[in-house]
Write a new protein. Structure first.
Length: 168
């Protein structure tokens, strides 16, 4: 295996991170658009998510093109990696990605848990949970589920990718 292949794997994992990050933050866009109340909606609201998702899709579909832009293919070096170590590297990268999402989700879950406990508490405080907060709570739960899937479903993901068939 060549070092350019490892870089392509890293590019692909980064593209997954980028797509998930944008999809989680799109909840703010949905709230902003829904609060327009019939006013003209600027196209600039949609530029960032569309461009970022397009970049993520490009990185996901063409990781070797990006890797060749970083490391010229003629100068790439052969590394002594067997298919088992290749799968181990991919497994490690997916678990690291899952742990990152898990850390981010757990930090947010403490905040949302406190917010909902205060909301459902029968105190005399009038507390209103906005639509944006409900959406952010749902996005955090989705991020937590994705993190758990990445961590505990890593073997299925590696088998799904079946990277051994692309061996040089």
């Amino acid at each position: 295996m060549k070092d350019i292949h490892i870089l392509a794997i890293i590019v692909r994992v980064f593209s997954i991170f980028l797509a998930v990050n944008v999809l989680i933050n799109v909840s703010d866009l949905i709230v902003s658009v829904s609060n327009q109340n019939g006013q003209n909606i600027s196209i600039y609201y949609f530029v960032y998510p569309i461009l970022t998702l397009s970049l993520s899709l490009f990185l996901l579909l063409f990781p070797m093109t990006v890797a060749k832009g970083i490391i010229p293919y003629q100068k790439s070096k052969t590394l002594d990696l067997t298919s088992e170590s290749y799968e181990y590297l991919l497994t490690t990268l997916i678990i690291v990605l899952g742990l990152y999402f898990l850390l981010d989700a757990l930090v947010d879950m403490f905040y949302w848990a406190y917010l909902w406990i205060v909301y459902f508490d029968n105190s005399s405080i009038d507390f209103i949970v906005s639509l944006e907060q409900k959406g952010d709570t749902a996005a955090t739960i989705a991020e937590l589920l994705l993190a758990l899937f990445l961590i505990f479903g890593v073997r299925k993901i590696v088998k799904l990718l079946d990277l051994n068939k692309n061996k040089d």
